[in-house]
Design a protein around this ligand. Sequence first.
Ligand code: G3P
Length: 214
Amino acid sequence: MRLFLDTANIQEIEEALSWGVVSGVTTNPSLVAREGREFRPTIREIAALVDGPVSAEAVSEDAPGMIAEARELAALAQNVVIKLPMGVPALKATRVLADEGIRVNMTLVFSANQALLAALAGAAYVSPFVGRLDDIGHDGMQVVAEIVDIFCDYGLETEVIAASIRHPAHVLAAAHAGSDIATVPFGVLQQMVRHPLTDSGIARFLADYRKIPG
Ligand code: G3P
């Protein structure tokens, strides 16, 4: 199980990388817009900071547009992965891009059938959106588990990125479901570190240390 950071914020990425636990970054248009900076320079800067894959989303709505945009984004850095939103244009584009060696992360995946199609088209990653499924009363993690089972049963090499992670329990459930990766907001990563018994334990050890003579 690996952790990616789901953000386009440079400070968050630098801080999380310094913890030694993050091996990739995922972005989307909403996350980049939040930073108030231009798209391509932001992706280039993130890709230079991170050794692992950095997902950048193409926003064209047809396959030829997605392919052209993906080639341009992939040329920004060798570790850029192209996020394409699930659909027929994205499947067509994925097949062409995969054959060229450009890695695709199929995003906005909400069912195991969508994930299966993405894998068959050659996607390197699929991103089921757990939180958004939970938001509408579905069990997002069940979809992750189904995808993992199918990929495992049929030897499909596409990796599963549990996305739209909202809290630490999602990360734990993604690990139990066998997800290859969970992409987490920085706030969730911070929450994962903390435990009240760790805090009180540290306070007690420090207090006792101060009582030691000498
Ligand atoms: O990056 C895609 C995904 O993680 C978005 O999450 O919280 O907007 O549903 P959210």
